[in-house]
Design a protein. Sequence first.
Length: 348
Amino acid sequence: MSADSAGGTLNGGPESFVAGPENALVRTLAGTAAADELPFNPLVLCGPLGVGKTSLAHSLTAQRRTRLGLKQTIATSGADLARGLAHAIETDSVADFRARHHRCDLLLVDDLQRLATKPAAQHFFLAALEALLKRGSLVIVTLRQAPALTAGLLPMIASRLAGGLVVPLALPGPLARRELVRQAAARVSRTLDEQVVDLLAAGAAATRLSTAAKLRHAVLELSIAADMQRRAIRPTHAARWLAQQSPEAKDVCRQVSAAVCKHAGLTIGELRSKTRQQAVSDARGLAMYLVRQLSGASYAQIGREFGGRDHTTVLHACRKFSSLAKRDDGVRRVAEELTAQLVAESAD
């Protein structure tokens, strides 16, 4: 892992994983994964869509394979593992399939939560996990949530995974976004003005470009436009492009309200009502905060979308949840998961 302004960059997989302050624990993973004697096993990377779990898992796999010269590594996904087991059963080759997974030097299973409705595949994975831990082979898995919170996961699997190193990942923060923009520019052989880097990094949340993939796509689009017009990428071009990406406050409010209501077990009517019940008030405040983060809409605009409330009400809610997100891990996690969910939905 090489030091940079974002904290660290882990290379070796399909993409680099940039670890900013929001993902400080990632900085310890390179040494952990490459060590001869594993201090932690398994390694569990958890977080919502778009935080870079898959890239990081493959980077760690590549580092250990290169560092130790491993010959037998398996990188799969929960869905592919279940399909592979079903095929092995159909073709009477379960013994071979089991042997490969029990004797490999490293096993990576991406999106393990895909096994939640497949008990046979879960039992197969549990047996493989036990065998690999016993022989000292590293197991890396990724999950949307922490093992104990993953619905449908066998308690024994959740327990075994929790006994390793569980690393929660968050969407890239300001420093990480700046580094991601620079890396994306270098990939297309461009050197961006620092003002352009600042604009793209700062505008990411308001335009739903907060995942690494979307930041790379933004730089690629700007680069293609610059090549076609035979010019450099200037701050005015970046600002104009960002303005075109900004979502409508009404659309963001509708999506955020639906997501928050589903999370809190409320109806849209309750969320926009005049009631001051604590549960409803908290959900409403969280929704206002998320709309502000995702759309950059004014407090007055947001107030109108939430039952005609005054802009000072929205301002108070945004300040409250911004502060809570900094000091309360539970609130921060909910905000990050809902934000990542909405960012992912906007790509569909």
